[in-house]
Design a protein around this ligand. Structure first.
Ligand code: NAD
Length: 496
């Protein structure tokens, strides 16, 4: 079997892992299709990458931000040119359908152009001093070398959310992509290299979480970590990074609710629920995994929703007629199976789906039926824990207030959606839903790059991507310029 062998990028050179070990990247729709072999990097490779980033920082931080931004513009243009190829690569490596992988590349393009604009902003603050003839201002400074650790479900978009703002702010980067999806990050980094990024400014090391991610977290020269992934791993990441006092941005799991009130446009709510639950095969942090139905419309919605879910075409995402691709790997199939079993044992009803698809062409990959569970109550595990697969729960409620209470009754707080025509309730929900994102009359998925992205409770630790990313990748410096030509004491030292 022949397949391409990819390398790490360290100090501008494409290098194999020092151990020579590789990890095979398989197409989840067809395991016989080997996308490529990628380095299985260890602490040694990470140390080399961090050293390269540290060296590059000495010059990159001095490049004017508008010039740094020009490289992002060129990278965005290259991504536009290569969009179709990169989307196909992504479908091959992680399964989601082509329409969605084109969207993933588009997100990186949008991020490049949005963040490039920051090169001419990066605003600071000036303010009056408490003393005469003294000028006071606050300016943004880069952090230094930053470590970026990313998941497999948005393998180009999420790396772009981290790399581009980190770079425009003057940091240098070491990025470790998810083990299942190194190619899309490789493609993104290739676009940056071709756009003229100097050697060492971005270094890419592929490998597993424990062998590659952990040494990156622990490296003393890494000044900050930006992580997106599960809450379980995020908690470990936060604890490890704390040992060397690194700021950490954690974007983690979700258990997102779409609430449908009796007065909602039912067709619209059905379209939104179907897309939110089964887009990306349910493998989005913002996926709709709970549909909360007010009693008056519950029966009608359920019947129609189950019919539509059953009709979805599952298959290889490279086939343009397919609506739902495979799950990313066998482990995710096991998780979907396990949660269906748990739900049934706790009294939920299987309305459609519930099984791995293993016959015919499906036997080549890792496919799971679009699955709808009815009769779910808010205390069941299926209503509280993230599945990260095409499995959605229907929960019924009586009053609007009860709907909000159920939506909020979980440990996560990423995305929420409310379908109603009642503007008063819409605004009350915007105020009361405990989540980083609330949609009105739109599904729980579909974030735009220039708004803050992230969540509350166990979804995040308070940082935001998008609008909030520059905040994370810079630190404030307070600057005082005294032009009085004499020693002036600030009020802290001069309490007359
Ligand atoms: P994961 O937590 O298993 O892995 C995320 C990254 O962490 C990968 O690169 C992995 O190799 C690395 N990693 C694993 N163990 C590590 C360790 N001990 N030290 C350092 N790094 C380690 O998540 P995943 O399965 O890739 O992605 C799915 C999860 O990501 C879901 O929970 C989903 O909700 C979440 N997610 C969140 C957002 C968001 O913005 N909130 C976006 C996408 C995905």
């Amino acid at each position: 079997m022949t397949y391409p062998v990819y390398r790490n990028l360290i100090d501008g050179q494409w290098l194999p892992a020092r151990s020579g070990k590789t990890i095979l990247n398989l197409n989840p729709a067809d395991h016989a299709d080997v996308v490529g072999a990628f380095p299985s990097s260890s602490a040694e490779d990470v140390a080399q990458a961090v050293a390269a980033a540290k060296k590059a920082y000495t010059t990159w931080r001095l490049v004017p931000a508008p010039k740094r931004a020009e490289i992002l513009v060129r990278a965005g243009l290259l991504l536009q040119e290569r969009k179709e190829q990169y989307a196909r690569d992504m479908t091959r490596e992680m399964g989601k359908v082509l329409a969605e992988t084109r969207g993933d590349v588009q997100e990186a393009i949008d991020e490049a152009f949005y963040v490039a604009g920051e090169g001419r902003r990066l605003f600071g603050v000036t303010t009056p001093s408490e003393l005469q003839n003294k000028f006071a201002m606050s300016v943004r400074m880069p952090l230094g070398v930053v470590g970026l650790i990313t998941p497999w479900n948005f393998p180009m978009a999420i790396p772009s959310w981290k790399l581009f703002p980190a770079l425009v702010a003057g940091n240098t980067c070491v990025i470790k992509p998810a083990t299942d999806t190194p190619l899309s990050t490789y493609n993104l980094v290739q676009a940056l290299v071709d756009a003229g990024l100097p050697a060492g400014v971005v270094n890419l090391v592929s490998g597993s979480g424990s062998a590659t991610g952990t040494p990156l977290l622990e490296h003393p020269d890494v000044r900050a970590i930006s992580f997106t992934g599960s809450s379980e791993v995020g908690s470990l990441v936060g604890q490890r990074a704390a040992a060397t006092f690194k700021p950490v941005s954690l974007e983690m799991g979700g258990k997102n609710a779409q609430i449908v009130l009796n007065d909602a446009n039912l067709d619209l709510a059905l379209d939104g629920a179907l897309w939110g639950a089964f887009g990306t095969t349910g493998q989005r942090c913002t996926a709709t995994s709970r549909i909360l139905l007010q009693k008056g419309i519950a029966e009608k919605f359920t019947t129609e929703f189950v019919t539509r879910a059953r009709a979805l075409k599952v298959g290889n995402g490279l086939d343009e007629s397919v609506e739902v691709g495979p799950q990313v790997n066998a482990g995710q199939i096991e998780t979907s199976k396990k949660y269906v079993e748990i739900a049934l044992a706790e009294g939920a009803k299987l309305l459609t789906g519930g099984h791995a698809l293993t016959e015919g062409a499906y036997s080549k990959g890792t496919f799971f039926e679009p699955t709808v569970l009815g009769g779910v109550t808010p205390t069941m595990r299926i209503a509280r824990e993230e599945v990260f697969g095409p499995v959605v729960s229907l929960i019924e409620f009586e009053s609007f207030e009860q709907g909000l209470e159920i939506a909020n009754s979980i440990d996560y707080g990423l995305s929420t959606a409310l379908y109603t025509k009642d503007v008063n309730r819409a605004f009350a929900a915007i105020r009361d839903l405990e989540a980083g994102i609330t949609y009105i009359n739109a599904p729980t998925i579909g974030a735009e790059v220039h708004l803050p992205f992230g969540g509350v409770k166990q979804t995040g630790n308070g940082h935001r991507e998008g609008l909030g990313a520059i905040e994370f990748f810079t630190t404030w410096k307070a600057v005082y310029v005294d032009y009085s030509d004499k020693l002036q004491r600030a009020q802290i030292d001069n309490a007359e």
